[in-house]
Design a protein around this ligand. Structure first.
Ligand SMILES: [Zn+2]
Length: 95
């Protein structure tokens, strides 16, 4: 298991080495300047999705966008990464 990796803003898995515009290998969210607290900022690098959208999509489809669901990492491969789930604001509900 990797221990020095950074946490993805979308799926909360530790998948990132810290490069600019890095793609998360679990949820496929491209890291941008948008941080965890900025749930409703549209992300130019992520099909204009917000983190709220991406996190909901990850829970629902296993990827940050429904279009990417077919390429999702299977569960066994996810276990290579650590995840510390962060609680999202109360208003974050799956719609
Ligand atoms: Zn991710």
């Amino acid at each position: 298991m990797h221990t020095k990796l950074r946490q993805c803003e979308c799926c909360d898995y530790f998948t990132l080495e810290g490069h600019d515009n890095e793609l998360c290998s679990v949820c496929f969210w491209t890291q941008s300047t948008i941080r965890f607290a900025e749930f409703d900022e549209p992300s130019r690098l992520n099909f204009e999705l917000t983190l709220r959208d991406g996190r909901c999509n990850f829970l629902r489809y296993g990827a940050c966008a429904s279009e990417l669901a077919s390429t999702m990492l299977n569960f066994a491969n996810r276990l290579r990464y650590q995840q510390i789930a962060r609680r999202t604001p109360m208003s974050l509900t799956i719609t």
